[in-house]
Design a protein around this ligand. Structure first.
Ligand code: SER
Length: 316
């Protein structure tokens, strides 16, 4: 990677990934954004930025040409609960947008990373240690766009040789940019409530297990897969990756190790609960480990310690 365009650079993943790429590479790391979500502060000052609306193929092509981009991180998406409220927009961004990115990548010979998700799996997929290659039958628009995106990305690799790569992210937990409208968001919100000394109202019921990951591991996965030698790849779009799996009661009791009087009540959101119920309890990431050396560094306890420390430093 020399010159990179990050589409969705001010979002949950993009805001941190763009900074990390700038710390690693000396080329142009362009922060692509849409009107109303302009980069601010360090993100704005530390490198070039450009308006790149993923639904506008010309904007993508012009920015790729101007900065001689060789790798595109396509991070534009609506998260699962928002996508249920706006399914047409979710398709437009997730699929029409991906098509635009892949077409530009085909013409300009760029590599493309597009995150996929645990949301590609549905209620007929095996629930525990869900295998890499198994039934993908999501009932959410988020999952439909992610499965279709995996297929389209593999098609562009096989048919046109576009270097497409992807990981299926679990819920990503970070103290930097909050997620918006995801099903796994509770595992971020719970830390904010705990540090503020508030009672957390949990929208997901006890006993609902989902895979989660601390953002530093997620960023490393996104970078390491793009740097990996593809000679060992059997898969491309998209690899299961995993770090930890817990339900609300387990994360709450882990937080109580450090904030003993932390309180949580259940106030289940039926939409998010239905989505969570259709997702795996945990993923099997053996293929990612074997094909490009994936290995998480954070478990629940080390993540909790770091989250609480960093949120306190932020003055939350
Ligand atoms: N974090 C996402 C969501 O909850 C899942 O990939 O929508």
């Amino acid at each position: 990677m020399k010159n990179v365009l990050v589409i969705g650079s001010t979002g949950q993943i993009g805001s941190e990934l763009t900074m990390k790429l700038r710390s690693l590479y000396s080329g142009n790391i362009v922060a692509g954004y849409i009107a109303g979500a302009e980069p601010k502060g360090e993100l704005k000052e530390s490198g070039p930025s450009a308006i790149v609306d993923i639904t506008n193929a010309q904007q993508i092509a012009e920015t790729v040409a101007k900065y001689e981009i060789d790798t595109i991180y396509n991070l534009a998406a609506l998260l699962s609960a928002v996508a249920e409220a706006k399914p047409q927009l979710a398709w437009k961004i997730g699929m029409d947008g991906l098509f635009n990115v892949l077409e530009v990548a085909r013409e300009k010979e760029c590599a493309v990373f597009t995150p996929s998700s645990i949301g590609v799996f549905g209620s007929n997929s095996p629930k525990d240690k869900t295998p890499q290659d198994t039934i993908r039958n999501p009932k959410t628009m988020y999952g439909v766009t992610k499965v279709s995106g995996e297929l389209l990305s593999d098609y562009y690799f096989t048919r046109f040789g576009v270097d497409t790569r992807s990981v299926r992210f679990p819920g990503l937990i970070s103290y930097v940019t909050p997620p918006g409208g995801g099903t796994t968001d509770y595992a971020v919100d719970i830390y904010y409530s705990a540090v503020k000394g508030e009672t957390f109202k949990c929208p997901i019921s006890e006993g609902t297990f989902m895979d989660m990951m601390y953002m530093p591991d997620g960023l490393r996965a996104a970078i390491e897969i793009m740097e990996a030698d593809p000679a060992k790849f059997v898969h491309r779009n998209s690899f299961n990756i995993a770090a930890m799996s817990f339900d609300p009661a387990i994360i709450a009791s882990n937080i109580r190790k450090y904030i003993p009087d932390f309180k949580m009540e259940y106030e289940v959101d039926p939409l998010r609960q239905a989505i969570a119920d259709s997702w795996p309890n945990s993923l099997d990431d053996t293929c990612a480990r074997q094909e490009w050396g994936w290995k998480p560094e954070y478990d629940l306890d080390s993540m909790t310690r770091d989250m609480i420390e960093k949120l306190r430093e932020k003055g939350i």
